[in-house]
Design a binder for this molecule. Structure first.
Ligand code: IMP
Ligand code: MG
Length: 179
């Protein structure tokens, strides 16, 4: 375990098992129809990479980058698109892969934006959903794990761009941000 991690919440093995289940469920639900899996950079890229390999169906991938106005600790819900998707989503099944659904403000905005482009469908697959943290409604069709409202790192989740590469999800030791 990394010295900055207070405790491991979800192990590498638990992640692999759950993501495989999610992929099987998704493939079954779309019944062989082509799917565009979209993620918002950067945290979701790791989950997305595992998820698409667990979906036995025709899948394409695309990426967006957004920045949310306001302080770095709380998203404001006002989102600026830094990098849009490369391809149009009109008439396509879109599945947004998200690392963690926290306030939901960012994702609420992104879902609305993509829905306005006339896709066939838009659904959300969130690897983690923080319990009791949502401020904006986001309908999440696929959830990996519910997790406590604590600051987590690993499996894509960062603190100041670090720890994304930890193969497990852990609680960051407060000493790291309290100094
Ligand atoms: P929100 O749902 O708009 O509040 O923002 C969700 C985004 O905040 C996620 O995609 C992460 O990038 C980031 N985030 C939320 N909670 C955590 C955490 O515990 N650790 C690291 N990043 C987090
Ligand atoms: Mg982040």
């Amino acid at each position: 375990m990394h010295e900055d991690v207070q405790k491991v919440l979800i192990t590498r093995e638990q992640i692999a098992e759950r993501v495989a289940q999610m992929g099987t469920q998704i493939a079954a639900d779309y019944q062989g129809e082509p799917l565009l899996v979209v993620s918002v950079l950067k945290g979701a890229a790791i989950f997305m990479a595992d998820l698409v390999r667990a979906i036995d169906a025709p899948v394409e991938m695309d990426f967006m980058a957004v920045s949310s106005y306001g302080s770095s600790h709380e998203s404001s819900g006002v989102v600026r698109v830094i990098k849009d998707l490369n391809a149009p989503v009109e008439g396509r099944h879109v599945l947004i892969a998200e690392d963690v659904l926290d306030s939901g403000l960012t994702l609420n905005y992104v879902v609305k934006m993509l829905r306005s482009r006339n896709p066939k469908s838009v659904e959300v697959a969130a690897f983690l959903v923080k319990e009791g943290a949502q401020k904006a409604p986001v309908e999440c069709k696929y959830t990996g794990f519910a997790c406590p409202d604590e600051f987590l790192v690993g499996y894509g989740l960062d603190y100041a761009e670090r720890y994304r590469n930890l193969p497990y999800v852990g609680v960051l030791d407060p000493k790291v941000y309290l100094g």
